[in-house]
Design a protein around this ligand. Structure first.
Ligand SMILES: [Zn+2]
Length: 245
């Protein structure tokens, strides 16, 4: 039996699927992974990407932080790809219970997914550091001052994206929800991640269900633990296992 048919059968059998996704899910919507493309940014900016999106850099150099952030991490025109759409459809069918993602672009919600645990937060949500008012991405972009720093119209505090920066901890409620979903799943599909970014590999250890499936273009450190490994594009695979019409 082909790998695609095996995955199809397992999806057919299950009504408790959880999907865990990494940067590879977003790159197929033309959102670059800054981690794998760091060389590119080095030429353009005075600091490495990891430093520019750290908490201390946000505090000490907000102008440069937002220059990098709005230029390199915000893609308002990005559209969900076939993987996002297939996952939203599986949730609607009652088969998929949760998406756990390391991506911050909000494309799962754009595709229609409801139960999404965004481990690293979301660029679509933004909060004033002073009065804690919430702002959409559009409102945040519209609130930028002459230095390009978004400023709260209510209190003049800086608006910060609800994105987990380097040096910041992950949101506990989000982690808890993700762990619970993974613990209860009987089919866990992991896609578009090499499983090296924290806390990916650790979260997989909570899975005790029937089938662990890994879909990634390249081999990962967890391939030997999976029941099925497919080295291919995630959108390509999902368009073959879920009828999107
Ligand atoms: Zn404010």
């Amino acid at each position: 039996m082909s790998d695609i048919q095996t995955l199809k059968d397992w999806i057919q059998e299950s009504d408790n699927i959880v999907f865990f996704g990494g940067a590879g899910v977003s790159t197929e919507s033309n959102i670059p992974d800054f981690r794998s493309d760091n060389g590119l940014y080095k030429k353009q900016y005075r600091y490495p990407a990891e430093q520019m999106i750290s908490h201390s850099f946000f505090v000490s150099n907000p102008k440069e932080f937002y220059e990098f952030y709005f230029n390199q991490m915000i893609f308002p025109d990005a559209k969900p790809n076939k993987a996002h759409l297939a996952l939203a459809k599986l949730e609607k069918m009652g088969k998929l219970k949760a998406v756990v993602t390391q991506n911050i672009d909000g494309l799962h919600q754009k595709a229609g997914s409801k139960n999404v645990f965004e481990l690293h937060g979301s660029v679509l949500k933004n909060t004033c550091v002073k009065c804690h008012s919430h702002y959409t991405l559009e409102e945040t972009m519209a609130s930028r001052n002459a230095d390009g720093i978004p400023v709260c119209p209510m209190c003049q505090g800086i608006i910060k994206p609800d994105v987990v920066l380097y040096e910041e901890g992950l949101d506990e409620a989000t982690i808890y929800g993700a762990v619970q979903a993974i613990e209860q799943a009987d089919l866990l599909i992991v896609g578009g991640t090499s499983l090296v970014v924290y806390p990916a590999a650790g979260l997989l250890q909570y899975f005790h269900g029937k089938h662990l499936v890994l879909i990634n273009r390249d081999a990962t450190s967890m391939d030997h633990q999976a029941d099925l490994v497919i080295h291919d594009s995630i959108g390509q695979v999902f368009s073959q296992v879920v009828d999107l019409d």
